[in-house]
Design a protein around this ligand. Structure first.
Ligand code: CTP
Length: 429
C-alpha cells in the first residue's frame, strides 16, 4: 500500500532534547468540562515547536469554541466530517496520515467507548482510527465513571488491542465536586508524555541511578554544612533518561527541584544516607550518574541540642570528619565495566586537569567537567556549559539548558554502552 503523504517510518529520528520540534501533533478534544484545559495543552505543544492541528467532537464545542484553537494554532479546526469546506480534500485522512502523534485530551468516558468500539462517526474518532501514528489518551471524567469496569475495560482494550498510551487521570478535586482520580493530567504532564512517545528509546530497559543536589551535614539540630548545588542538573539527567526509556531512580539531596515525572525519587539528606541508598540502588544499576555535590566533610560530633551563642567560645572550631568518596568507592568495587560510572567535576580552575585526575583516581568511565565560576554554568542556574572527559580525550558540549546538556551527556552514555556491548554473534545460516 502506498502512502499518499510522507511515511512516518522514514522520518529522521528525533533529538530527544526536542522531540516535539517540527512534529505533527493532532489534538483531539472531547466533550468534557476539561476541554477548556485543551487550549493550554495546544499552546504548550505549539511552544515546543510542534505543528498542531485540532479536531473537536460536537460536544466539545459546547465547552470551548473552535475559534480559540484556530487562534492558538493559526490553522483551521476540524469539527465536521461532512463539511464541504473542511473536507474538500478529505482533510481528516490527510491529518491522520501526516500525524506523528494523536493526542486525545480530554478523553471522556463516551469518547473512550466510541474509540474502543472502532467507530468513525466524527472527525475525532475517524482520525484516531485512520492514523498509523501513536495515540496518547488523556482521560478526564467523574471519579466513579473512571472506576467503572466498563470504562476500565474500554481503556484496556485501547491499550492492548490498539497500542494506545495513557497519561493520567490525575487525582484531585473534580468539577463534579468528587475528589479522586478523574482529573485531566496537567498540561505539562501531557506534553511530557507526548515527548516520551516521540523520543528515541535508546535507554529502554536500562536501570539508571542518578544522584543530585547537595548533602546537609548536621552541626546541631538547627545548623548544617551544605553547598550551593541546586539539584537541577541531576534532576534534568533523571528526566532525560526517563524520556529515553530508562528505569530511573533519583537519589535527591535537600532541594527545591520538583522530582521529575515518572522517576522514582528517594530523598536523602546526609552523605551517609546517600551512601546507604546508593549501595542498594547501584547494585542493580546499569548506569550510575553522580551529579550530587557530596560534602567531603561532616561535623565529627554534631551537638544533640541547638548550640547557644558563645557556647563554643570566642574562636570556635568545629571538628570535621572526612566522608567517604562514594563515587571512588563504586569505581573501586565494581567488577569489569558494570555499572557504567559517570562523575561530575565542579571546578573553579584548571578544569580539564582536575577532571582527568578524577577520571583516573575514581576509576570511572566519564567525567562531566564544568567551571562553576563561569556565568551561566554550574550551581542554581538553568543553563550549563560542560566538557566530557573520558579515556579518549575531552569534548566540549555546546552551552545550553540543563535539559539539553543532560541529553548530550546521555548521548555519550548511550554510545559508550553500545561500544561496550558484546557484539552479537551472527546467526548461523
Ligand atoms: N563525590 C562522591 N563522594 C564524595 C565527594 C564527591 O561521590 N564524598 C563525587 C561527586 O558526586 C562527583 C565527583 O565525586 O561526581 C567529584 O566531586 P567533586 O566535589 O568535584 O570532587 P571531589 O572528589 O570532592 O574533589 P575536590 O573537592 O577536591 O575537587
Amino acid at each position: 500500500m502506498e502512502a499518499p503523504s510522507e511515511p512516518r517510518a522514514d522520518r529522521a529520528p528525533r533529538d530527544p532534547a526536542k522531540p516535539l520540534a517540527g512534529a505533527n501533533v493532532v489534538v483531539c478534544v472531547g466533550g468534557g468540562i476539561a476541554a477548556y484545559k485543551a487550549a493550554e495543552v495546544v499552546r504548550r505543544f505549539d511552544k515546543a515547536g510542534a505543528h498542531v492541528d485540532v479536531a473537536m467532537t460536537e460536544r466539545a464545542q459546547a465547552f470551548i469554541g473552535p475559534l480559540t484553537f484556530q487562534a492558538l494554532t493559526r490553522r483551521p479546526v476540524f469539527t465536521d466530517l461532512f463539511s464541504l469546506t473542511e473536507e474538500a480534500t478529505i482533510g481528516h485522512i490527510q491529518l491522520a496520515d501526516r500525524a506523528d502523534l494523536v493526542v486525545v485530551a480530554p478523553a471522556t468516558a463516551n469518547l473512550i467507548a466510541r474509540l474502543a468500539a472502532g467507530q468513525a462517526d466524527d472527525p475525532v474518532a475517524a482520525i484516531a482510527l485512520a492514523t498509523k501514528a501513536p495515540v496518547l489518551l488523556a482521560p478526564s471524567m467523574n471519579v466513579h465513571m473512571w472506576a467503572h469496569p466498563l470504562v476500565q475495560a474500554n481503556v484496556r482494550r485501547l491499550v492492548d488491542v490498539a497500542g494506545y498510551r495513557v497519561v493520567g487521570p490525575g487525582d484531585g478535586f473534580l468539577a463534579c465536586r468528587w475528589v479522586g482520580p478523574g482529573r485531566l493530567a496537567e498540561p505539562a504532564d501531557i506534553v511530557e508524555a507526548a515527548a516520551h512517545v516521540l523520543s528515541v528509546q535508546d535507554l529502554a530497559g536500562a536501570r539508571v541511578v542518578v544522584t543530585a543536589g547537595p548533602t546537609y551535614e548536621a552541626i546541631d539540630p538547627a545548623r548544617f554544612i551544605g553547598n550551593r548545588s541546586s539539584g537541577k542538573m541531576g534532576a534534568a539527567i533523571a528526566a532525560a533518561a526517563q524520556r529515553r526509556g530508562a528505569e530511573v531512580t533519583l537519589l535527591l539531596g535537600p532541594s527545591a527541584v520538583p522530582p521529575p515525572i515518572g522517576v522514582r525519587t528517594i530523598a536523602v539528606e546526609t552523605a551517609a544516607q546517600l551512601e546507604a541508598a546508593l549501595g542498594d540502588a547501584a547494585a542493580r544499576a546499569d548506569v550510575v550518574v553522580m551529579a550530587a555535590a557530596v560534602a567531603d566533610y561532616r561535623a565529627a560530633k554534631p551537638a544533640a541540642h541547638k548550640l547557644k551563642r558563645g557556647e563554643l567560645g570566642k574562636k570556635a572550631t568545629i571538628e570535621l570528619a572526612a566522608n567517604p568518596d562514594l563515587l571512588a568507592g563504586l569505581g573501586a568495587r565494581r567488577k569489569g565495566r558494570a555499572p557504567l560510572l559517570v562523575g561530575f567535576a565542579a571546578e573553579t580552575e584548571k578544569v580539564l586537569e582536575h577532571a582527568r585526575k578524577k577520571l583516573e583516581v575514581k576509576k570511572v568511565d566519564l567525567i562531566v567537567a564544568n567551571d562553576v565560576s563561569e556565568p551561566g554554568a554550574g550551581f542554581a542556574v538553568d543553563t550549563n556549559r560542560v566538557t566530557l572527559v573520558d579515556a579518549d580525550g575531552a569534548t566540549e558540549v555546546p552551552a545550553g539548558t540543563k535539559a539539553e546538556v543532560a541529553h548530550r551527556i546521555l548521548d555519550r552514555v548511550v554510545a559508550m554502552r553500545a561500544a561496550a556491548a558484546p557484539v552479537k554473534k551472527r546467526k548461523a545460516r
